[in-house]
Design a protein around this ligand. Structure first.
Ligand SMILES: N[C@@H](CCC(=O)N[C@@H](CS)C(=O)NCC(=O)O)C(=O)O
Length: 214
């Protein structure tokens, strides 16, 4: 049996393309953690206890001893900086490598996740809350395709986003590509092949099961 690194980590949140990210990182790192699988818009993020912990009333959220963290990028980055190793996932080795990792993370999270896929979610499946906006939906889908073309060009002849080693931007990209897939948005074949390869990772398969909504 594989040995697990003991921690006092607690993650809140399950069931979304964002909540899977810290779980996936923890699985890649072989960490022990406790999951409180609360879901968005279930009322569970609005209880006084949870609001005290995370005034944003959002998931995912992470507690490690005295440290309380929201924001998927910050949580995943912290886990790797604190618990990563060369055998699992580790922090970039130089300021320049860190800069390239940040560049891709910012692009994938900012342009694909927040600016377009989440806009489609808000005005699609969540339109009862955020309102119908067909023009925004159409524009966001076109925007997704534009960003996918940029990534596709970068990924030619590469196994991973950075330096031929699996790293945090791959976790963000794959979870966004899963989202693109679920929305049946046309994806370049090479990106679909990349996604299909990455989701076979043992840590991903485990995380995907664990992240399933209650
Ligand atoms: N920027 C945040 C976004 C978190 C976020 O919006 N989470 C959604 C679920 S994917 C949520 O909790 N929504 C609940 C709500 O808006 O009430 C992050 O990256 O963690």
């Amino acid at each position: 049996m594989e040995s697990q690194q003991e921690t006092n980590l607690i993650f809140w949140g399950a069931g979304t393309a964002r909540t899977i990210r810290p779980i996936w990182v923890a699985e890649e790192l072989g960490l022990s953690y406790q999951l409180k699988p609360i879901g968005p818009r279930t009322g569970e993020t609005q209880t006084p206890e949870y609001t005290e912990l995370n005034p944003k009333q959002k998931v995912p959220f992470c507690v490690d001893g005295d440290l309380k963290l929201s924001e998927t990028i910050a949580i995943c980055r912290y886990l790797i900086n604190k618990y990563g190793s060369v055998e699992t996932l580790n922090s970039p080795g130089s300021i320049e490598e860190q800069a390239k990792e940040d560049e891709w993370l910012a692009f994938i999270y900012g342009e694909l996740d927040e600016t377009s896929l989440y806009v489609m979610r808000r005005h699609g499946a969540l339109s009862e809350i955020y309102g119908e906006a067909p023009a925004a939906m159409e524009a966001a889908e076109e925007y997704v395709k534009r960003q996918l073309n940029v990534i596709n060009k970068h990924m030619q002849n590469r196994d991973y986003v950075l330096n031929d080693r699996f790293s945090l931007p791959d976790i963000f990209l794959t979870t966004c590509l899963n989202w693109v897939n679920a929305y049946e948005i046309e994806m370049p074949t090479e990106l679909e092949n990349y996604r299909a390869r990455i989701v076979q990772r043992v840590a991903y398969v485990k995380a995907e099961q664990i992240n399933k909504p209650k």
